[in-house]
Structures are given as C-alpha cells and as structure tokens.
Design a protein around this ligand. Structure first.
Ligand code: NDP
Ligand code: MG
Length: 388
C-alpha cells in the first residue's frame, strides 16, 4: 500500500500536534508533506527537523527569516504568508489536507484544496459554518470528499459507514456542557477567564475552549453537521452528556439509533479521517466500563447558553448570517481572551452584530469575505462601548 502524503494546516496547535502523534505511530502509512503555523516558529522548526516535510509555511511573514535560517541545512522549501498556505495545498504530492487552523483563516486554503481534488480532513469547522453551501457545491463539482475530524461529526460519520443511502431521521450531537453546565445562571456574570479556560474533558486550543464554555461550539457544530450530512435544522438535536463517552448518535427512519463511543481522545477521529474507510491499530487508551457505571443525557439550558439559539437562527436564515455570526464570535472570543469584555458579553456582541450586519441571501466567496469584514467591524465597535 502506498503511503498517504499529508498537509497539516495548523501543525503547531492542539489538533496539529495530535495529528503528528498519529503519524508518528504509523510511519509506514503516512508522510508529512506540508506543515504550517501562524506565530509559533520555534515549534514549527522543531517539527520540521523531526518530520522532514517537503514544504513549511509560516503565516506571519515577519518570522520568515528566522524559519529560513533555522532550516537552511535541510532540503525543505520555506514560504511565508497566508497566500502561500492557500497555494501549497495544491501541490501534486499532497493527498490529504488536514485543516486545523482557527476560524475564517481556514476558508481559502480549503477551497483551493478542494479545487485541486485533495481529500479534506476537516477540523476547522468554521469553514463550513461560514460557507457550507459553497464548499459542498465545490466538493460535488470537483468530486472529492470531506472527512470530519470534529469528534461528534466523526461519530456520525462512523455510524453511517455501511448505511449507504439509508435516510437519517435525526442526529444527536452530544456536548459535555463545558465547565459551567452546573453553574446557576445568576453566577454567569462573575465567570472569569481562568474558569472558562478549564474544560472538564478535553484539552484544546483557546478559541474552541471558550466556544465550548459558552456552548457556541455546539451551535457551530450544528451548522457543520447540517452541511456535512445534508440535514435540516430540526433534524439536529443537542444533548448534554457530561461524561463525553458517546461522541454522537444517528437515528434512522426505522427508529434505530447508532452511537459511536470511546474515551475522549481526538487522536481517534484524526486517525479515522486519515485512514477511512479502514481502521488501523492504535495505542490510545481503551474504555473501562467499570469506571462509567452511568451515562447521563439531558437537554441544554438555553437561558444559560444563548449561543445555541443564535446558531439555529443563523442556520435557519442561511445566506451570510452564519458567516456574520462566526466573525462576531471570533471577535468576541478574542476580546474575552484579552479581558476586554465579560463572559456574558460575548453573546451580546454576537447578537448585536447579527442584527446589524447586511444580509446577503445568495453569497459568493467575495460576499462572504465582505460580510466577514463588515461583521468584525460592527462587533469591534460594539465592544468599544461594553468594554470593562
Ligand atoms: P489551536 O489554537 O491549538 O491551533 C491552531 C493552529 O492554527 C496553530 O497551528 C496556529 O498557529 C494556526 N493558526 C491559527 N490562526 C492562524 C491563521 N490566522 N493563519 C494561519 N495559521 C493559523 O487550535 P485547535 O487545534 O484547538 O483547533 C483547530 C481547529 O480545529 C479549530 O477550527 C477548532 O474549532 C477545531 N477543532 C479542535 C478540536 C480540539 O480538540 N482542539 C476539536 C474539534 C475541532 P500558531 O501555533 O503558530 O499560532
Ligand atoms: Mg466537537
């Protein structure tokens, strides 16, 4: 069997480093073709020396000289800038592009990779939130495929293996509920950044950790699921499942429900996205049912987590509204991480921006880009008024 050549966009992040761990465990299966990072040049240099990719790209152009010098004794091509990331995915030697950048930045590289018929292992859910319809149209046109890396979507994907065209009645996206699932609503105004950054079950990058605490992550995932599995909003249910053992479920038209289970470890969905439809050996920890005598499920509290309803509203209306919501959320999360606004202000920023941004019902890629810029401007202006 020939080895698969992988481009990892965002190799220095949580998903990126775990992807490299999976690859390290199976050197007979995978070759690292491309590594990219934003600012973390030291780790990118260390990864490059270890995995010897064909190409590395640093998005921050100011760091190019440092990267170039550090790798000058090796036959590795070195580039810088966002455009270079978009271009390198098209290289003939790349088979699979694993998108693990954060936010809107993943959109253009993903589009170019699809246009060059690369298989997309998609972690960067924001790409589908922003432009799901456009992306799926391109996937059909260029006859390639998107394999989900997000654990819930990988669970659904795994449940659908062998189901061919059997109709889905609904899906259940499970959610840990984050660190505040048991916090009374009255205490939400006092939530600190340190509390929000402590996720009970998963160790992830800062943006998705905050999205998980506000449950915006589950809203983004509902939209991601709509596009991946061609579902209507009322076919997507969210269930709080604090143990994070059932990663999601599919209910078919005969009422049968399939679930995919396991300990929470992103390496499993990453590996499955790289090897689909095959399963290969892994050293990840195994489930001990004795430690989990009980699995709990309940509906989310919409008063505590208004982001979920906002995401469903965006999904129902479509057009540029999900793109606007995503942009406002990126700005709100960044402002919360910078201690400019409070936890509960994030939802207000998103809501205000969704009410005030221009709506386009039939967007093109250019419209998405304009909407993204406009929404960021509106959200930033709003934040100036609510800043602490
Ligand atoms: P991290 O913040 O840990 O890593 C992000 C990676 O992308 C880093 O390599 C970072 O580089 C790079 N990056 C960030 N911004 C840019 C940019 N503007 N241009 C180029 N590169 C950039 O994030 P995660 O790994 O946690 O998440 C990545 C994606 O995967 C997100 O979309 C997230 O929602 C999704 N996801 C993550 C999960 C997880 O368990 N972590 C689970 C499911 C989905 P640098 O290090 O140099 O800053
Ligand atoms: Mg997820």
């Amino acid at each position: 069997m020939s080895k698969k050549h992988i481009a990892i966009l965002g190799s220095t992040g949580s998903i990126g480093t775990q992807t490299l761990e999976v690859i390290s465990e199976h050197p007979d299966q995978f070759v690292v073709e491309v590594l990219t990072a934003h600012h973390n040049v030291e780790l990118l240099i260390a990864q490059s020396r270890q995995y010897m990719p064909n190409v590395v790209v640093i998005a921050n152009e100011l760091l190019y000289p440092q990267l170039k010098v550090a790798l000058s004794d090796l036959p590795i091509k070195v580039f810088a800038g966002a455009d270079s990331i978009t271009q390198v995915v098209a290289m003939e030697t790349v088979d699979i592009v694993l998108t693990a950048m954060v936010g809107f930045s993943g959109l253009l590289p993903t589009i170019n990779a699809i246009k060059h018929r690369k298989i997309i292992a998609l972690a960067n859910k924001e790409t589908l939130v922003v432009a799901g319809e456009l992306i799926q149209n391109l996937v059909s046109e260029y006859q390639t495929e998107i394999r989900p890396v997000d654990s819930e979507h990988s669970a659904i994907y795994q449940c659908l293996v062998g189901e061919f065209d059997n109709p889905i009645e609904k899906i259940y996206l499970t959610a840990s509920g984050g660190p505040f699932r048991n916090l009374p609503l009255d205490d939400f105004a006092k939530i600190t950044l340190e509390q929000a950054l402590k996720h009970p079950n998963w160790n992830m990058g800062n943006k998705i950790t905050i999205d998980s605490a506000s449950m915006m992550n589950k809203g983004l995932e509902a939209i991601e699921a709509k596009w991946l599995f061609n579902l209507k909003p009322d076919q997507i249910d969210i269930l709080i499942h604090p143990q994070s053992i059932v990663h999601s479920m599919v209910q078919f038209t005969d009422g049968s429900i399939k679930a995919q289970m396991g300990l929470p470890d992103m390496k499993l969905p990453i590996q499955f996205a790289l090897t689909y439809p095959d399963r290969i050996q892994s050293s990840f920890p195994r489930m001990d049912f004795g430690l989990y005598p009980q699995l709990d499920f309940k509906a989310p509290d919409h008063q505590k987590f208004p982001a979920i309803a906002m995401a469903y509203q965006a999904m129902e209306k479509g057009g540029t509204l999900p793109c606007v919501m995503n942009a406002a959320n990126e700005i709100a999360v960044a402002a919360f991480l910078n201690r400019q606004i409070k936890f509960i202000d994030m939802a207000r920023v998103v809501e205000y921006t969704m009410e005030h941004a221009t709506h386009y019902a039939k967007p093109t890629i250019e419209t998405y880009q304009e909407s993204d810029v406009e929404a960021r401007r509106i959200a930033e202006a709003y934040i100036q008024n609510v800043s602490l």
